[in-house]
Write a protein that binds this ligand. Sequence first.
Ligand SMILES: CC(C)(COP(=O)(O)OP(=O)(O)OC[C@H]1O[C@@H](n2cnc3c(N)ncnc32)[C@H](O)[C@@H]1OP(=O)(O)O)[C@@H](O)C(=O)NCCC(=O)NCCS
Length: 188
Amino acid sequence: MMKPVSYRTASSDEDLHQILALQQRNLEEGLSPREVRDQGFVTVRHDFALLRSMNDAAPHIIAVSDGQVVGYALVMLRSFRDRIPILQPMFATLGRLTYRERPVNGYHYCIMGQVCIDKPWRGQGVFGGLYQALRRHYSEEYDLVITEVAQRNGRSIRAHEKVGFELLHRYPAADGEVWDLILWDWQK
Ligand SMILES: CC(C)(COP(=O)(O)OP(=O)(O)OC[C@H]1O[C@@H](n2cnc3c(N)ncnc32)[C@H](O)[C@@H]1OP(=O)(O)O)[C@@H](O)C(=O)NCCC(=O)NCCS
């Protein structure tokens, strides 16, 4: 029987260090091709200073069990667009898109910058729990949350569909990776 999980915003340096440790274990470079295919992977590596300034601007959501961070959803405001070079094509693309016949940039939205769940905790509702906590915390301020998932991360694509995300746009990056830009409309 797994211990109970609670959801809250990240607040201490210890929370942020635990997020980075979980991120480190799920970077593609450290995983086998089979693991990448079946379990998913993360792409962006944040350094502590960046993670903390993102958290100061808009706190990340964490799932905690027995004092350990077992999952996280990182929040990134649009003002961080120049701080993570790998995400610039995403912001450039968003600037050209419409959603429900209005420019995406005309909505109040935040970016969910990365989601990850520690392996023993996958498939147990923690993903949905993180996103419900994100919605509770941010839906008064934002109409939408937007994120992007590599198309070959089938597990993450499916998990996002179950929460209610819809496909906004699919595009290939310069390195050939195909990204699905997806959004969850909190006004629905
Ligand atoms: C991606 C991740 C956050 C999803 O959380 P999770 O707890 O595993 O998600 P869930 O089990 O609730 O949902 C996964 C769904 O995908 C399905 N699935 C599993 N492996 C799959 C695969 N290789 N391809 C397609 N679908 C897959 C599952 O069956 C499930 O759908 P179902 O409930 O309809 O059966 C988690 O697996 C993870 O942290 N992976 C490593 C890091 C990562 O990929 N992060 C996302 C970066 S965008």
